[in-house]
Design a protein around this ligand. Sequence first.
Ligand SMILES: C[S@@+](CC[C@H](N)C(=O)[O-])C[C@H]1O[C@@H](n2cnc3c(N)ncnc32)[C@H](O)[C@@H]1O
Length: 263
Amino acid sequence: MSVLDERTAAAVKDRDAWEEEAENWVRFARTQGHDAYWYYRDSFFDEIVPPPGRLTLEVGCGEGRVTRDLLSRGHRVVSVDGSMTLLQHALRSDPVRRYALADAGHLPLSSGSVEVAVAYNSLMDFDNLADAMAEIGRVVAADGVFCVCITHPMQYTGGFDGDELEAPYVLSRPYFGVRRFDETFTRNDITMRFRGWDRPMEEYFAALLEAGFVVDAFSEPRPSTDEGRYARWHRFPMFMFLRAIKRHTEDQVRGRDRSREIG
Ligand SMILES: C[S@@+](CC[C@H](N)C(=O)[O-])C[C@H]1O[C@@H](n2cnc3c(N)ncnc32)[C@H](O)[C@@H]1O
């Protein structure tokens, strides 16, 4: 698979929100130091992502910065996204060019073909988390891993009451429940509208378990700088990282037991 898969173009309809924001996202994501990615990515790659295996999948790759970072760390990567415009930007910036236009709920990969799957800040954008998780569970091989970064659900419940370093973090909205978010940010002439889903942690963990994963690493990372606007994110979590391992199915376990008996 080396080109955009036109057959999955129908799936892009649901991804209109990201398609509309695609050019804004390219500026947002590619302006060095503009967003939190630059201050959190090293700990994600160092602590959560395992060494390269046969094939690594990024789900929700956008314009491709995480994929490029995986490639530079030796991974053989195939990446999917629901936005054609973002994939075109990704294709133009990556000599390897293994991208597919697809919905996370319908991945164009065969079962068990992936050893490492990565979803960096994309799970909260998927309309149907359970479908996406089940698909990722299908394509990841037994003992393969799924590495995730998600906006920390605590962020949706409130915010800092003031600009100073020690400003209190005020919880003003309910934590439980699934709600649509729709927020627009402008900084340094870059405007970006984010639309997605606020979900409590238990939703993510339940979907992972249902898809056959067990969580083997979890962290609430601190930014790599304690300067400027990131200083106060040493007091409260902006993201959560986790790594989950795909369990063997009962049939696989039974097969293993039988081969032990025979051996
Ligand atoms: C916040 S961006 C993250 C992009 C990239 N992982 C990064 O960190 O730079 C979320 C991406 O998820 C994609 N996306 C949202 N819903 C999707 C879905 N159901 N299937 C595939 N991609 C989806 C969007 O098009 C967008 O590129």
